[in-house]
Ligand binder design. Structure first.
Ligand code: PLP
Length: 420
C-alpha cells in the first residue's frame, strides 16, 4: 500500500491545542523537542479512562478486568511501536530519567564483578549520563567517551579504544538533543557486543521523528519518552529478555521473578497514561492512511507504525531544509550539529551567533509569539565540550511533522529582524 501524504492543514486538525493557537500555545510552537502536542484521540482516551475505568487493576470485577486489559494492551502497543515483539519487554516509568536511574541501580545491585567498566558518551542528555557516572560510588570504573569537536561526534575509533573485556555498559544517545544528527547505533551496538558489553540507548530525541526498531539495531536497552511522541507524560524502556534476565527486580521482593515488566515498574505504570498511549494508535492509522473504524485492533500491526513515520518524515524534511538553508545562508551563524539537511538528521536545530547571546535571540523571538528556547537542554557536558557557556548554551528550534512552512517563514522573519 502506498501512503498518501496528508496536508499539514489536515494533520493539524487532529491537534486541538494547535487549532486553538494562540489561546493556549504560542502562535508558533517550535519547542517540540521539549515536548510535543497530543492529538484529540490521546486527550479523549485519558479523559474517557478517568470517567469510565478509573479503578485498581487485578480484581475480578468487570471494570477492574477492563483496566488490567488496557494496561496490558498499552504495553503491547509500545512493543509494536519499538518492534520489540518476540525479543524483549517494554517497561513503563514516569520519565526516561527515572527509568535509566532505575536501570543503573539494578546494575549496581548486580555488582561490579569483573565487568566493572561503564562507558558514557559525552553527547548524552544528563539522564543517560549521571545515573551511570554515579556508579563510580558503587565500585564501577567510569569512562567518558569524549566528543570530537572537529568530527562533530563521539568517534567510533575512540569507543574502540575504550572498550575492553571489562566493559559492562555503553550508554549512548541515538540522537543528541542539541546536535540533531542520527548516530549509527547499529555500529555502536556491534562494537559493544563484540566486547561482551550491553548498550543502553537514549532514543528520546529520535523517537518523535523515526520508527524505533530495536530488532534491526540489536540493542539491549532502549528508552524514549512518550510525552515527546504525541502522547502522555510517561516513558518506556525496552530490554531484551537476556538483558532483563541478568538483573534483580527493583520492585517488591515478594513479586515473582518472571512478573516482567511489572517487577520493574516500581509502584506500577500510570494507568491513565497507558490509556492515553493507546489513544495514539488511531492517529498513527490516520498518518498511515488507513481507513475504517478498527481503532482498537486485536493485534497491533507494525506496518502501521512504519507508514505513519514515513508520512512524518515527508512532512518534516522540507521544514528542516528551509531552516538549515536559511541559517547557512547568513554567514554569521554556527549550526551546532550537522549542517546538511536530510534524512540523516532530525529537525531539532541548534545554533549560536557570534556577538549575540543565545538568551537574547531566544527571548526576542519568543516575544514575537514564537515558542523556541535557549540553554544547555540538560546536555551540559556536551555544551562544555563544544566550548559553549552552558548558562547561555544554544538557540534551539525544534520542529515535528505538524509544523508548517508558514510557521518556519515566521521564524525566519523574526530571526532576520533580531539578528541584524
Ligand atoms: C535526548 C533526551 N534524553 C532524555 C531526556 C529526558 O527525558 P525525560 O524528561 O523523560 O526524563 C530528554 C528530555 O528533554 C532528552 O531530550
Amino acid at each position: 500500500m502506498t501512503t498518501q501524504i496528508l496536508s499539514p492543514a489536515a494533520v493539524r486538525e487532529h491537534f486541538p491545542a494547535l487549532a486553538s493557537c494562540p489561546d493556549v500555545l504560542p502562535d508558533v510552537l517550535l519547542d517540540n523537542a521539549g515536548g510535543s502536542q497530543v492529538p484529540e484521540s490521546v486527550a479523549r482516551a485519558i479523559a474517557d479512562y478517568m470517567r469510565s475505568t478509573y479503578v485498581q487493576l487485578g480484581a475480578d470485577y468487570a471494570t477492574s478486568r477492563r483496566c488490567t486489559e488496557l494496561v496490558a494492551r498499552a504495553h503491547a502497543m509500545v512493543r509494536c511501536l519499538m518492534n520489540a515483539d518476540g525479543v524483549g519487554e517494554v517497561i513503563f516509568g514516569s520519565s526516561t530519567s527515572a527509568l535509566v536511574t532505575m536501570l543503573a541501580d539494578c546494575y549496581a545491585r548486580a555488582g561490579a564483578g569483573t565487568r566493572d567498566q561503564i562507558i558514557v558518551a559525552q553527547t548524552n542528555h544528563e539522564s543517560n549520563a549521571g545515573p551511570w557516572l554515579r556508579l563510580k560510588e558503587r565500585g564501577f570504573r567510569t569512562d567518558l567517551w569524549q566528543f570530537d569537536n572537529d568530527a562533530g561526534v563521539c568517534p567510533l575509533d575512540t569507543l574502540q579504544d575504550l572498550l575492553s573485556d571489562r566493559t559492562r555498559i555503553v550508554a549512548v544517545p541515538h540522537v543528541s538533543n542539541l546536535l540533531g544528527g542520527i548516530e549509527d547505533i547499529q555500529a555502536v551496538t556491534r562494537m559493544a557486543h563484540d566486547a561482551g558489553a550491553r548498550v543502553v540507548v537514549d532514543g528520546v530525541a529520535f523517537a518523535p521523528h523515526r520508527a524505533i526498531d530495536v530488532q534491526a539495531w540489536g540493542v539491549d536497552w532502549y528508552a524514549y519518552s512518550t510525552y515527546k511522541v504525541y502522547g502522555p507524560h510517561m516513558a518506556a524502556l525496552f530490554g531484551t529478555h537476556e538483558a532483563i534476565d541478568e538483573l534483580l527486580r527493583p520492585s517488591h521482593d515478594f513479586l515473582a521473578r518472571d512478573d516482567v515488566p511489572y517487577a520493574f515498574e516500581i509502584g506500577g505504570a500510570n494507568h491513565e497514561s497507558c490509556a492515553a498511549v493507546l489513544g495514539l494508535w488511531p492517529y498513527l492509522r490516520v498518518l498511515a492512511s488507513e481507513n475504517g473504524e478498527d481503532n482498537e485492533p486485536a493485534e497491533f500491526d507494525r506496518s502501521t507504525v512504519d507508514r505513519a513515520f514515513e508520512t512524518m518524515i515527508e512532512l518534516e524534511l522540507p521544514l528542516q531544509r528551509r531552516v538549515i538553508n536559511y541559517l547557512r545562508s547568513r554567514g554569521d551563524i554556527t549550526i551546532i550539529g550537522p549542517d546538511n539537511a536530510g534524512a540523516t538528521r532530525v529537525p531539532t536545530i541548534s545554533f549560536v551567533r557570534k556577538g549575540q547571546s543565545s538568551r537574547e535571540i531566544a527571548e526576542r523571538v519568543c516575544a514575537k509569539g514564537l515558542g523556541i528556547r535557549f540553554g544547555h537542554f540538560y546536555s551540559r557536558r556536551l555544551c562544555q565540550a563544544l566550548g559553549l557557556d552552558p548558562a547561555d548554551g544554544v538557540v534551539r528550534a525544534s520542529m515535528v511533522h505538524y509544523n508548517t512552512t508558514e510557521e518556519i517563514n515566521r521564524l525566519i522573519e523574526a530571526l532576520e529582524e533580531i539578528m541584524q
